[in-house]
Design a binder for this molecule. Structure first.
Ligand code: SF4
Length: 150
């Protein structure tokens, strides 16, 4: 087995990168089969009333630039592959937040013919935010808590 040795410069750069990412995480949002209720709460969280950007947290269109995947709904058969593709494109360290009862347990969609299951059955989830749908305060709390998991 080959041992990887980091120089003091690389270690310092890694520390700076981690500090910057944890203090200004960017989100990518994916609806894997939600009824849209949770997505509307995510939009409310990003709007000026709750103003998530004051914490340095902002929505990012591309998974290649995102730190946190915020996912809603159960995972449908159609969305499974796309969800995995989005997750694989994100750089490490990456975090997954499951928003809503459907994402955390399957919710009202449990047992449907077109549902693979909850998000945890497809991706490693760092934080679950229950609720149907959860309030913006809960979503903000969950996003902040997810950063403490690595
Ligand atoms: S938790 Fe409620 S609001 Fe969210 S996707 Fe499920 S049914 Fe819709």
């Amino acid at each position: 087995m080959e041992l990887k040795v980091s120089t003091p410069w690389q270690l310092a750069m890694d520390k700076v990168k981690s500090w910057a990412r944890i203090n200004s995480p960017w989100l990518v949002h994916f609806n894997s089969g939600s009824c849209n209720g949770c997505d509307i709460e995510i939009l409310a969280t990003l709007a000026p009333r709750f103003d998530l950007e004051r914490f340095g947290i902002k929505l990012q269109g591309s998974p290649r630039h995102a730190d946190i995947l915020i996912c809603t709904g159960p995972v449908t058969r159609l969305a499974r592959e796309r969800l995995l593709r989005v997750y694989e494109q994100m750089p490490d360290p990456k975090f997954v937040v499951a928003v809503g009862s459907c994402g955390t347990s399957g919710g009202i969609f449990q047992g449907c013919y077109n549902i693979v299951g909850m998000i945890d059955e497809v991706l490693p989830v760092n934080v679950f935010i229950p609720g149907c749908p959860p309030r913006p305060e809960a979503i903000i709390y969950g996003v902040v808590e997810s950063l403490k998991t690595k």
